[in-house]
Ligand binder design. Structure first.
Ligand code: ATP
Length: 499
């Protein structure tokens, strides 16, 4: 269970934090002084710390520096009263994860802690390239014995220790994020931070501000200075996912950063120096984009110090069987199911399918099939409805999230009757829930708090449902974005995943 250390001399804040984070299944400890905090962190290092900068026995900044000394990869969320926000900005420059003004907004705290834990996971959960290294819960196994995956693993080994840019290519769901984390973890900067930014999830203004920060008043809604990821991550590694989705303006700024390791915050004149290693990923054809003037060629060459290409799942031969075994074992444990094997016809059906959503889709199909599977063997009947759903959802190159439509549910029910289901009640409820949540999360643009409010359930129940039904919020939101006409002057909204 992840550990959180709450550091504040006001005990009511500890209570508030405990209550706010109840649903996260955390081991929370509290400290009222810097001395207590250090003793606790030394004895049992937390995965995330929430630190008030005003403490009785030491300045919060000094404590922040000591915590970072103890563990440079510990995400620290700084809590400040309004008049100490300058301190928080300084802390961000030194690598604090984020900051939160008092009075604490519980929803924002929850969202930040979730993101901090995710960031911590990316930095610390090892990507184990050989699946024999399981038990899986200690690692994120990177499964693959095929020749093409052996090339990938060798490439990771070759490039990790060099300080070059790496461009990871491959269809969505092929494991690009795993490659980025493996490079970071095996690289010379593995003691430094690793921060990931999805370029497709943010509007141009927000992405610019996320990467480079902004000065107060730089644009509507920029109420105070903000430190961007490139500044916050100095000495570390940044993973830019969906790099092909950057607008020309952002491309220009990233190019300059790569050439000079210098940039200015949005709306600022001060030139800031940083030292980051850039790993990027895309599923788009950047060469084609360069030919059409949609992507800067000079940037393309800068990003592409070394290329790692991930093959689509359908071309990975026997790896597909290894992956099926791997996910069955992991998911059975996670979902507390007895399933220990798969029927030959069910395996054949999985091998026949061509997996446009790649490994992520395979995992998601197996998760949903397992949810309603009783017995010790996964049967073809349990898989069929999931494969049917997967193969009839629109070809969005990887988006396994179902796209609800008017007769989708009726078709689903009819197909299950035809398949002679004997569990139709549970299956239909799960299908209805999936459609309901997909529609609603699109409506709220991925905002789970808002979705939970409309549903009249807690955010924790919503999160559990999203997880158990295998819904990918990023994909739900991306599909919605693609479907929408985007006006030129798109207003700044808080995107999915931002607090
Ligand atoms: N070879 C593999 N072995 C085990 N798990 C894998 C493998 N490849 C991918 N996965 C799992 O599949 C899921 C998708 O992987 P990942 O997020 O790395 O893909 P991606 O290419 O970055 O996708 P996207 O382009 O949509 O961001 C993750 O849960 C990841 O752990």
């Amino acid at each position: 269970m992840p550990k959180l250390l709450s550091i504040d001399d006001d005990r009511s804040i500890h209570h508030l934090i405990r209550r706010a984070l109840e649903e996260l299944d955390l081991d929370i400890s509290s400290a009222s002084t810097a001395e207590e905090a250090l003793a606790s962190a030394e004895q049992s290092p937390p995965d995330v710390a929430v630190l008030d900068v005003v403490l009785p026995d030491m300045s919060g900044m000094d404590l922040f520096a000591k915590l970072k000394e103890l563990d440079p990869r510990m995400p620290v969320i700084i809590v400040t009263a309004v008049d100490t926000s300058e301190i928080a900005i300084e802390a961000m420059k030194l690598g604090a994860f984020d900051y939160l003004p008092k009075p604490i907004d519980v929803e924002r705290l929850l969202c930040m802690v979730e993101q901090a834990l995710e960031s911590r996971r990316m930095m610390t959960v090892p990507v184990a390239i050989d699946q024999l290294l399981t038990p899986a819960e200690k690692h994120d196994a990177f499964v693959g014995r095929s020749e093409s995956m052996q090339h990938v693993f060798k490439a990771i080994g070759r490039v990790a220790a060099q300080n070059v840019t790496v461009l990871i290519r491959g269809e969505s769901g092929t494991g690009k994020e795993l490659v980025a984390r493996a490079i970071y973890q095996h690289g010379s900067r593995s003691d430094g931070p690793f921060l990931a930014v999805n370029c497709a999830a943010l509007s141009e203004t927000l992405l610019e501000s996320e990467l480079f920060g902004h000065e107060k008043g730089a644009f509507t809604g920029a109420h105070s200075r903000r430190i961007g990821k490139f500044e916050q991550c100095s000495g570390g590694t940044i993973f830019l996912d969906e790099v092909g989705d950057m607008t020309p303006a952002v491309q220009g700024k990233v190019l300059r950063l790569l050439q000079e390791q210098k940039f200015e915050r949005v709306g600022g004149n001060e030139t800031i120096e940083t030292d980051v290693r850039l790993i990027s990923a895309t599923n788009r054809d950047l060469e084609e984009m360069c030919r059409h003037g949609e992507f800067r060629e000079d940037l393309y060459y800068r990003l592409n110090g070394y290329t790692i290409e991930l093959p689509p799942l359908k071309d990975r031969g026997e790896d597909r069987i290894l992956l099926i075994e791997h996910f069955l074992a992991r998911l059975a444990k996670e979902l507390d199911k007895e399933v220990s094997g798969i029927a030959p016809d069910a395996q054949a059906a999985l091998l026949e399918y061509d997996w446009p959503g790649n490994v992520r889709e395979l995992e998601s199909v197996l998760r949903r099939a397992l949810l309603y599977c009783s017995g010790t063997v996964l049967l073809e009947s349990a898989l069929n409805k999931e494969l049917l759903k997967a193969s009839t959802s629109p070809a969005t190159d990887s988006k396994e999230a179902p796209t609800p439509n008017d007769d989708g549910l009726a078709r689903f029910i009819e197909s299950r009757i035809e398949e002679e289901s004997s569990d139709l009640y549970a299956e239909t409820l799960a299908e209805m829930e999936t459609q309901l949540l997909t529609i609603l999360l699109r409506h709220t643009e991925g905002n789970q708090s808002e979705a939970a409010r409309i549903l009249g359930i807690t955010r924790g129940s919503l999160r559990n449902k999203i997880r158990s039904l295998g819904i990918s919020i990023d994909q739900v939101v991306t599909v919605a974005e693609e479907d929408r006409e985007v006006p030129d002057n798109k207003p700044d909204t808080v995107p999915a995943g931002q607090c």
